[in-house]
Design a protein around this ligand. Structure first.
Ligand code: NDP
Length: 278
């Protein structure tokens, strides 16, 4: 089967792409906001269709609550791989505690991939957005990912050092920040009227800048950083009229993640691997 891959990821492929995240060495992955939507689907696909995975840290803010039931059921099915971890990405002490918990579960081994997926969306205009709306979006969508990178950096560094691989690769050490095409300045200038979510747009643009800064700062440690736009997806956030379902979005995103090497360091890609405008 011929697969036409986008130019950013390389030349046209004539063979099917390898199974996502397939590697001879088991890797460990951490996903935030893993109890529903795209995060839950990422955990499901990684546990059920990818491998080998040593540990999949599925983080959510209320692991014992009703909103985590689907994740808990999945964790029960894959109890050797999925570890449910309590993490509220809007709460600094919660991120710190989860890093301590994950650190002890890693037993000195590194953490290969962090997926900063947890996010919130507020619909409001420039005229009616409150400081609280903006602060809340920033807290979850920007400060959360920054604190996660800070707290888990020692484990990413360990993974990079212990990998035995040269250069950068997602299976070595990587931070993947889930952004949005709505964070694009160009998109706002062209189509703001179609989606008036000012705090969300501003926070995702800030996340993009955070990623750019992290890209430069972490490259000496050979830790790769990238931004992914999942597409417009049928989740609680995307709504039922969205153009694709979570399964398709996550299949694409995992394929892109698996393809990331140092030439993609700092890139902003969509779930099909195509660059999108800043
Ligand atoms: P959902 O609203 O369906 O799910 C959001 C997830 O984030 C939930 O698991 C939620 O947990 C979690 N979350 C929110 N706040 C926190 C917090 N403070 N601490 C921990 N977890 C938190 O959204 P999606 O799955 O659709 O979105 C996932 C990511 O994809 C987001 O970053 C979003 O911006 C991005 N995205 C989504 C698009 C779409 O069309 N769906 C398009 C572009 C980007 P809880 O159940 O506890 O609230």
């Amino acid at each position: 089967r011929a697969i036409v891959w986008c130019t950013v990821l390389g030349p046209e492929l004539t063979e099917p792409t390898p199974p996502v995240l397939m590697s001879s060495k088991p890797i460990s992955v951490l996903i935030t906001g893993a109890n529903r939507g795209l995060g839950l689907e990422m955990v499901r696909q990684m546990a059920e269709t990818q491998g080998p995975i040593r540990a999949l840290f599925a983080c959510c803010r209320d692991p014992g609550g009703p909103r985590a039931e689907a994740l808990q059921a999945l964790a029960k099915k894959h109890k050797d791989t999925i570890k449910v971890v309590c993490m509220d990405t809007a709460d600094q002490s919660s991120i710190k505690q989860s890093a301590q918990q994950v650190g002890s579960l890693l037993e000195g081994k590194g953490l290969n991939i962090i997926i900063n997926n947890a996010g919130i969306l507020t619909h409001s205009t420039v005229a009616d957005s409150t400081p609280e709306d903006m602060a809340s979006c920033f807290n979850t969508n920007v400060i959360g990912p920054m604190r996660v990178i800070q707290e888990f950096l020692p484990h990413l560094r360990t993974a990079a050092k212990d990998s035995g691989m040269s250069g950068m690769h997602c299976r070595k050490a990587a931070v993947v920040n889930i952004s949005s095409s709505l964070g694009s300045v160009q998109s706002a200038l062209q189509s703001y009227e179609g989606f008036k979510a000012v705090p969300y747009r501003v926070s995702k643009a800030a996340l993009n800048m955070l990623n750019a800064c992290a890209t430069v700062e972490l490259q000496k440690d050979e830790i790769l950083c990238a931004l992914l736009h999942p597409g417009w997806v049928q989740t609680d956030m995307g709504g039922e009229n969205a153009s694709i379902n979570a399964e398709e979005s996550v299949q694409g995103m995992l394929q892109v993640i698996n393809s990331l090497t140092e030439k993609h360091n700092g890139a902003l890609l969509d779930y099909r691997g195509q660059t999108i405008p800043w």
